[in-house]
Write a protein that binds this ligand. Structure first.
Ligand code: HEC
Ligand code: HEC
Length: 393
C-alpha cells in the first residue's frame, strides 16, 4: 500500500514539475549511458542528480519564515555544473588553484590561514570568507532580491565591493593574485573538455559554453550552500523554542553563553543568525587601519575601518578571524571584545559606553560560556554533505 502511494506520488511530482519551468524539469532527466560513461571518466558524479534545492528541517517553514523568504528552488543541473567548476583547477592560469583551495568544505568553505595563497604563491590581502555560513546564501545578502527588511543585509566581500556572486567569482578568476586567468581563455579551456559539453547541455539545453553561463552556474552552486542544521537551529527553529529563553537541549554553559551573546553581540551579529542585524561596522580592532575596508572605495571618512559584519554560523571552523585573520582562536576574539576594543573614531555605537569603547570585562567563566554558545552554531551536516564535495576523481 505504502509503495503504491509512493509510486503514485512520484508520478504526480513528475507530472507537476514537467509543467513548471525548464529549470525544475531538468532535475528529473537522467544522463544517457553514453553521456554518463563520458562524464565519469574524470568525475565522480551520481547518475541520479543531487537535489540542490535547500533542505530544511520539517517544521522550519511552519514555525518560522515563509518559504518564499528563504530560498528559491535551485536548478540541480546548473548547480552540478557549478560544483564541477568550483572544484576545477583549470580556473586558474597554471592549473594549481580552484575556488575550493580557499573555500574548503570541511572548514565551512573558508580556509585555515590568515591570508590565502593564490596561483603563484602570492597572498590575498584579506582573510577568506566562509560560504556555508548563511541560512539561505542568496537571501541572506542584500543582492538576494528577497522581500524583507533590508537593513542588516550585506553585499559580498569584507568591504562590500561585490554586489553578487557572479561578479565576486569573476573577480576571483581574473584577479592577479587569486587565479590569474582571463574569461576568454577560461571559456576556450572548457570548450576542449567533452564532459563540460554534456554538463552545459544539461544545464542550458545546448552545448554553448559562454562566460555568463559559467558565472551563473557557479552562482547556482554557491547559492545552494546553506547552513541550517546546527545545534542552535535544531533548538530554535526545529524545536520552536524562543531564542530569548533557555533551550532544553543546551547545557547550562551554552545557555549562559547565549544570554551573554544576546546582551553583547546580537545587536550587530543578529539574534537568530538568519541575517546580520547591521551590514557594516567598525569594531575597534585598531586606532588606525592600514586596510580601510569600505573606506577603500568611498570618499566618506566615516567609512574608514568599517568592514562587513560577518555571519557567525560555523565560526568554530573558520578561523583565523577578522578581515586580516589577526586572531587565531575564538578565545582571542572574545578577549578583544572583553577588554581590547579601541576607541576608533568610527567605532560603532553598539560597542561604546558614552564616548569610549565598551569594556565588557567578562569573567573567565563567562568567556568560556560564550565560546560554548558560539560552538553550537557549527553545522556538521553541511561539512559532510556529498553534494558539496569535490567531484574530481
Ligand atoms: C586564493 C584564494 C581564493 C580563491 C581561489 C577564491 N577565493 Fe573567494 N574569497 C577569497 C578571499 C580572500 C575573500 C574575501 C575577499 C575580500 O573581502 O576582499 C573571498 C570572498 C569570496 C566571497 C564573498 C563571501 C561573502 O560573504 O562576502 C565569495 C562568494 C567567494 N569568495 C567565492 C569564490 C568563488 C566562487 C571562487 C572561484 C571562482 C573563489 N571565491 C576563489 C579567497 C579566494
Ligand atoms: C558593532 C557591531 C558588533 C558587535 C556588537 C560585535 N561585533 Fe563581532 N564583528 C563586527 C565586525 C564589523 C566584525 C569584522 C571586523 C573586521 O574584520 O575588521 C566582527 C567580527 C567578529 C568575528 C570574526 C568573524 C570572522 O569570520 O572572522 C567574531 C567571531 C565576532 N565578531 C564575534 C563577536 C562576539 C562574540 C561579540 C560579542 C561579545 C561581537 N562580535 C560583537 C561587529 C560587531
Amino acid at each position: 500500500m505504502k509503495i503504491t502511494l509512493k509510486v503514485f506520488c512520484f508520478f504526480m511530482v513528475v507530472l507537476l514539475t514537467q509543467s513548471c519551468t525548464d529549470d525544475n524539469k531538468s532535475t528529473y532527466i537522467d544522463y544517457t549511458d553514453e553521456e554518463y560513461a563520458q562524464l565519469t571518466q574524470r568525475l565522480d558524479l551520481p547518475s541520479e542528480l543531487y537535489d540542490y534545492s535547500p533542505e530544511f528541517d520539517e517544521d522550519f517553514f511552519n514555525n518560522h519564515l515563509e518559504e518564499g523568504n528563504i530560498q528559491s528552488r535551485r536548478s540541480s543541473h546548473k548547480a552540478t555544473l557549478g560544483r564541477v567548476l568550483f572544484y576545477d583547477k583549470a580556473l586558474s592560469i597554471n592549473d594549481l588553484v580552484s575556488c575550493a583551495s580557499c573555500h574548503q568544505q570541511n572548514l565551512a568553505f573558508a580556509d585555515d590561514v590568515a591570508l590565502s595563497e593564490g596561483f603563484d604563491g602570492e597572498l590575498t590581502t584579506r582573510n577568506s570568507l566562509p560560504l556555508g555560513n548563511t541560512i539561505g546564501f542568496e537571501t541572506s545578502y542584500r543582492s538576494g532580491g528577497g522581500d524583507f527588511g533590508i537593513g542588516g543585509q550585506a553585499l559580498f566581500s569584507w568591504d562590500e565591493s561585490n554586489s553578487d556572486i557572479s561578479s565576486q567569482s569573476k573577480a576571483a578568476i581574473t584577479s592577479e593574485i587569486e587565479m590569474g586567468l582571463n574569461m576568454t581563455e577560461l571559456v576556450n579551456r572548457l570548450k576542449n573538455q567533452d564532459d563540460y559539453k554534456i554538463l552545459f547541455k544539461k544545464a542550458y539545453g545546448d552545448q554553448n559554453i559562454l562566460e555568463h553561463r559559467v558565472l551563473e552556474a557557479i552562482e547556482e552552486f554557491v547559492n545552494s550552500i546553506v547552513s541550517n542544521h546546527s545545534r542552535f537551529d535544531l533548538e530554535s527553529v526545529a524545536a520552536n523554542q524562543d531564542v530569548f529563553s533557555d533551550f532544553n537541549g543546551f547545557t547550562t554553559a551554552e545557555n549562559n553563553g547565549k544570554t551573554i551573546y544576546m546582551n553583547n553581540c546580537s545587536s550587530c551579529h543578529s539574534i537568530d543568525h538568519q541575517f546580520t542585524a547591521i551590514a557594516t561596522a567598525n569594531n575597534g580592532l585598531d586606532f588606525t587601519y592600514e586596510d580601510k575596508g569600505v573606506g577603500e572605495h568611498s570618499s566618506d571618512p566615516s567609512k574608514n575601518g568599517v568592514f562587513k559584519v560577518p555571519f557567525l554560523r560555523n565560526i568554530e571552523l573558520t578561523g583565523p578571524y577578522m578581515h586580516d585573520g589577526r586572531f587565531a582562536t575564538l578565545d582571542e576574539v572574545i578577549n578583544h571584545y572583553s577588554e581590547g576594543i579601541k576607541t576608533h573614531v568610527n567605532l560603532h555605537n553598539n560597542l561604546k559606553n558614552g564616548f569610549y569603547a565598551k569594556q565588557m570585562n567578562f569573567t573567565n567563566a563567562e568567556k568560556s560560556d560564550l565560546k560554548a554558545y558560539l560552538i553550537t552554531l557549527t553545522d556538521k551536516r553541511l561539512i559532510a554533505d556529498a553534494k558539496f564535495s569535490d567531484p574530481f576523481k
